[in-house]
Design a protein around this ligand. Sequence first.
Ligand code: NOJ
Length: 787
Amino acid sequence: MKPHPTVAKSSPTLHGRNRGAFQRKLLAGCTTISMIFPSTILQRGFAQEAKNTKPSVQDAAVRQRADALLQQMTPEEKAGQLSQLFLFTKPDATMESRIAKGQVGSLLFVTDPSVINHLQHVAVEQSRLHIPLIFGFDVIHGLQTIFPVPIAMAASWDPDTIERAQAAAAKEARAVGIDWAFAPMVDIARDPRWGRIVEGAGADPYLGSAVAAAQVRGFQGAYIGAPDHIVACAKHFAGYGAAEGGRDYDSVDLSDAQLRNVYLPPFKSAVDAGVGTIMSAYMDLNGVPATGNRWLLHDVLRDEWKFGGFVVSDADAVNNLQTHGFAADKADAAMRAFTAGVNMEMALNKDAYDNLPAAYKAGKINSEQLDAAVRPILETKIRLGLFENPYVDEARAAQVLGATEQKQESLRAAERSAVLLRNEHALLPLQGSGNRNIAVIGPLADSKRDITGPWVFVNKEQESVSVLEGLKQIAPQGTQFTYSQGVQISRKFPSMFDAIFGGDKTPVWTEAEQKQEFDKAVQTARSADVVVMVLGERQNMDGEAASRSSLELPGRQQELLEAVAATGKPVVLVMMSARPLELRWASKNIPAILDVWYPGTEGGIAIANLLYGKAVPAGKLPYDWPRDVGQVPIFYSHDVTHQPEKQGTRYWNEESTPLFPFGYGLSYTNFQFSNLHINHDQIHRGEGLDVAVDVRNSGTVTADEVAQLYLHQQSGTSSRPVRELKGFHRVTVAPGETQTVHFNLDTADLTYWSAATRSWVQDDTRFDLWVGDDSNASLHSGFTVAP
Ligand code: NOJ
């Protein structure tokens, strides 16, 4: 048996001893049914694209420089570097004095370049060792120019688009002096009640890993410190997306197999892509708070994965170790987090980590531990060039923010993210001639605020383009638009972000106004040729502390939809939300449904381009779309268990399939998949495979298709999911053209964490393989893995 080139391809991330062990095992072969790998082996093939490598001679120089500083630092100054504080308002004398005393290493939520420069001057000129601050911010999907929300970008199934978008976001951030994004959020989310589903890449570890790596590359560029780039932060480590009941911050209970096979891979992928920082999660993981969880933060992250950056806690998560019923007091909380592996405390006020110098003096922690915690923070500041160039050019910042270049990237990403869920009788794209009068209806149809989604704080709302505005710009001359909001929608309990940053101040309609607006909307529909309804959730209905117990369209939107449809006019439903909302009725009664997520600053233009066929939808769902909330969690990659589904064995009142499957999305053209070919019917463990398939565009427009490859392992050490995504490619195909798409499967794709052996295994077994346009792909083949 020869080692497969895959090993070499993945090897940059396998450090010395482990790589040797892995290769020895490969060469020695195995006599048992399965092959057991060292736990470092979970390569997903995205790492080879990472561009984080800096010559090691520079690594040594960076370390020497950090160590030289450490030698001069007092315990208080070291604790200062481990301290990150929020600053929502203008800095006051207390804050400046803390910075001058070296008690603060980082600030977050400062976005004004003049304030950043001012505070940096205090740090660099007044602190004893002149160590600059590192400024962090939630650059989740843009700073001033807002890109589609992360779940939307995942729906593009296009790592290149995602990388470009986050690079453009990084450029704006760096221009104002923000050095560090608290993104990407790489939490797998399989429960759409969880509001933070909007911030991640959805339900699948393979797609999630590809998206995680792309985002890290986008934010950081070729290396940490690359011009116009910033440091990324993969969060929230780990398991946060599996909150019980989808309730934000609630506990998480995950088996080791779930963690290793589903929830950890995107983090591993981010680490392999060179992510500079990791944020610890808020909740308990299997009874141990993630922020005090040494197994996660040390054993897995540092020992197994060789992560060399630093860990920041989530906001006040160190202090909150008391709330968990875990730490006895603040000093204990600091000790628990620090010894678990949290380098930096993110705190609303200088807090638990204040206790570290005393803990050091009392001998509870030693100088090696303290230095090990501070070193990667200093190294990151050095790599970023903050010691040489601590200040930003405020005039340049003004030119970079909101520049056309970023807007074009945002438009492109929005067009590539939309998912066409239904299109009966080719209602879309709209033809100019037959549709002179268009009624645009719905609470989100003319909103400049909602179109950018959550996690948006410093954009210029007036710069975003609403759907109505976009349609007016793009529609053929002579098209008449009438607009009616129809209904108002709001949260039952206020949003915490609205409380901090100010929410929408539009007065709530009286009952009489509600009736009048509803009737007006139906009347507007009656006098139109076609109706575009924009429904979904407001931007404060998704995100942190924005979970829901139901998936219904909020407010009276369903009623409005049915009333408008009852007019008999053709309706195009534009869905604006992050979670899959209840569409059972619409999926039978509304001829065209386009899911646009929250598409960002240029959203209105992107949607209009899509509706008029100037762009062709090619996005694919990054999760299964449930029929109703009672099916949650539902995902295609479940185990078969006792018997395959026969009608009524899972639910007697409802199908157990999703309304739309994972990977699903229509186009304005038709694609056929054929000639599925695998280069070997049998391989040996450790070897790889090439798979080829033809994708033909039999329609009349050039369009993109996402070819998706799924595997099922027929037997082995553990039961394996009925299907799992193991490859995808988004390709552009001209009308009448056929393209051959190639996939490369390697050992990592055939390896999984077995709960039986508590290790990575590759079994000798038969695999089914499907390729197609969603997770129900029917083009089938298979291969065998032999010892
Ligand atoms: C809490 C959130 O959980 C985290 O994602 C975010 O980065 C921090 N707050 C800072 O805003």
